[in-house]
Design a binder for this molecule. Sequence first.
Ligand code: V47
Ligand code: SF4
Length: 367
Amino acid sequence: MIETVIIKNSGHLKQVAEKIYEGERLTFQDGISLYNTDNLSLLASLALFAKQRISGNKVFFNRNFHIEPTNICVFGCKFCSYKRKKGDKDAWDFDIPAMLDICRKYIGKGITEVHIVGGVHPHKDLHFYGELIREIRNILPDVHIKGFTAVELDYMIRKAGYGIEQGLKILKDYGLNSIPGGGAEIFNEDIRRKICGDKAPSQIWLQIHESAHNAGLPSNASMLYGHVESYEHRIEHLDILRQLQDKTGGFNAFIPLKYKNINNSMSSIGEISTAEVMKNFAVCRLYLDNIAHIKSYWPMLGKNTAQMALNFGADDVDGTIDDSTKIYSMAGSEETSPSMTVPEMINFISSAGFTPVERDSLYNLRF
Ligand code: V47
Ligand code: SF4
């Protein structure tokens, strides 16, 4: 086998590769060995093997748009290029009618998902966002509403005076369908303190996702990497997610979010290389053996890098977006107005050598 040739003489890595071919779970040390190799062709071949076992040659996409209600935020994450203070010239703070006007543009356009993520506004509570959800449902009755990072949820639920479980149930009753993966950053508390010390601790993020899964709200998970963390911190993060997934099974997809360094207070830290991004995709695919889908998020990575990641274990590219998100263009993404039509999406995936498959938000095939 070609893999045997590539990994001969590489000690522990050979055992790790054998475990992967046997479908055995990797240990912490196995994960570190994978991060420590620069043999990208081996990582690609292992990650592709693991990806194909789950989703064959398929790569998934959906038809979606985002609503970013506000970029005003009570927190001050050092990596954030997006947050503004009330009154800043490039701050925005949409009321419900303005957000419903955005939704009306999509009536009859075949959109299946709206993704809602923004800043943590000091004055808006669960009922504000609940009303938004209810009104969106009136305009786009069949759309899947995926909304609010655990950090936003924690704040809006507490502001309305509820506990986590009760708050999530109320949001579900308003019509929320699932929760996106943001706000996880890095679970290691020392690193978290350095990059986003004032926001919800890891335990809260995990508690919200666990409670959401128990309440029948699936979610995604993410990891913000490529800043001041080590490989050990990344494996620790993946390990915590893997344990929670063993318990609940509620994560649909994992999104590795590469730190983008433009216009934020950690800008002096350079961005990691594309080779490191590929390595990270491969290790995440291999370590997270119980999360089905790994997302290559093209508005952040740029189209070329996002395509490349499909050869390193990713099997999802998110959606059509329609120029509705600013988080990554404000942080320096080359995709300054991210938008793809369905034919472009299909070509984007097939030209990388994979079979494009349109999915809904729960990974049911659409056609
Ligand atoms: O929580 C912010 C990250 C997240 C930067 O669930 C940054 O399908 C890199 O939730 N460099 C929000 N990352 C985005 C998010 C998301 C994105 C795509 C798909 C899904 C999904 C969810 O963006 C934040 C934070 O972790 N982020 N600033 C930055 N400079
Ligand atoms: Fe606020 Fe989110 Fe930016 Fe942190 S990443 S400052 S929580 S908008």
